[in-house]
Design a binder for this molecule. Structure first.
Ligand code: 13P
Ligand code: SF4
Length: 319
């Protein structure tokens, strides 16, 4: 604890010295989330992170999250220096959607509008017509459906399936999944619900359909935190990365939060529901990058100008 107090103090001073703001995702370590809030940065879902970074006056952003979040910040604010605790922090959805294959897939369906999840590379965003995050996906797809458009959706098949079921839109889905949410198990969740009959189930839509079907609330990280506050149930079973418990417990201090099970046969897996790439963000690496500036996101300007179009559509939608 002493070491971490000293590190935090060093980071506070470095943030001021470097004219930097710390932008953190809900899945990062609670110490990082608290420091981001305390120093005037933000802790947020991926859409709010993008908005906050774009609008903040700091000349440097430290993006504590995964790589696509840093890239989104750079695409929206090319004049800012975007640093990450580590550039190694990727996402299984980004890995599962290489641009060459994706582009070839889109070329096979030239009449379809291309909608991609924010959890993708800059090159995939550049190939897309729209970018969406989980908090805005239903609204955007409803809008496109009303205009009579048929869609390609990539990369997350579970989120895509959820959006398809909810909107009835004509969508062709790319086949990829989040390694964290894909592990939640409906059968074990049923068993857990029997133990807690008064519990509500909160589910991130990257989870399998069988788990989403059991949900009392489905939504992005921010939407799940809001639901934790408003749902009347004293017990909440939560199917998303467990680092969200830090802010969720603050939002619902009197409620009992329980991790949704990730293993079958009724057993629960207490160490599973945490993204290994989000876990790469630490106080030490935040301090190091503020000093060394060696983990910087750079995007070639031609590519950036293409990628910003689909991202801006999202940010301008329903402002
Ligand atoms: P949110 O947009 O809900 O924050 O989701 C980002 C993410 O990576 C979920 O796994
Ligand atoms: Fe990607 Fe899943 Fe990690 Fe989110 S939790 S960053 S979707 S691997």
């Amino acid at each position: 604890p002493e070491q971490s107090a000293a590190l935090k103090q060093e980071i506070r001073e470095l943030l001021i010295q470097e004219d930097a703001a710390l932008v953190a995702h809900y899945y990062t370590d609670p110490e990082i989330q608290a420091l981001a809030e305390e120093t005037g940065g933000c802790v947020a879902d991926s859409l709010e992170m993008a908005r906050f970074g774009r609008d903040h006056k700091a000349s440097t952003l430290i993006v504590a999250g995964v790589r696509f979040m840093g890239e989104t910040a750079k695409i929206l604010s090319p004049e800012k220096r975007i640093l990450m605790p580590t550039l190694e922090a990727t996402c299984s959805l980004d890995i599962g959607c290489p641009v060459e294959e994706f582009s070839a897939f889109c070329d096979q369906h030239p009449q379809r509008t291309v909608v991609v999840y924010a959890n993708t590379s800059a090159a995939v965003k550049a190939r897309a017509d729209w970018v969406v995050t989980s908090s805005i996906a239903l609204d955007v797809v409803n809008h496109l459906k009303a205009q009579g458009e048929k869609l390609i959706w990539a990369p997350d098949k579970h989120l895509g399936g959820y959006v398809q079921r909810e909107t009835g839109a004509d969508m062709i889905l790319w086949d990829s999944a989040c390694i964290v949410h894909d592990e939640f198990k409906a059968k074990a969740l049923e068993d857990l619900k029997k133990v807690h009959p008064d519990a509500a189930v909160l589910v991130h839509p990257e989870s399998p359909e069988s788990v989403v079907n059991m949900a009392d609330a489905v939504g992005s990280t921010s939407q799940l935190i809001a639901a934790a506050k408003t749902l009347p149930n004293p017990v909440l079973i939560v199917a998303t990365d467990k680092a969200i418990f830090y802010k969720m417990q603050q939002a619902a201090p009197d409620k009992l939060l329980i991790e949704a099970p990730t293993a079958g046969n009724g057993a629960t897996c207490r160490s599973c529901a945490h993204c290994p790439w989000m876990a790469m963000n630490g106080l030490q690496s935040i301090r190091d990058v503020l000093i060394n500036a060696d983990q910087e996101i750079l995007i070639e300007e031609g590519l950036r100008q293409q990628a910003v179009v689909s991202l801006q559509r999202m940010l301008n939608f329903n402002k």
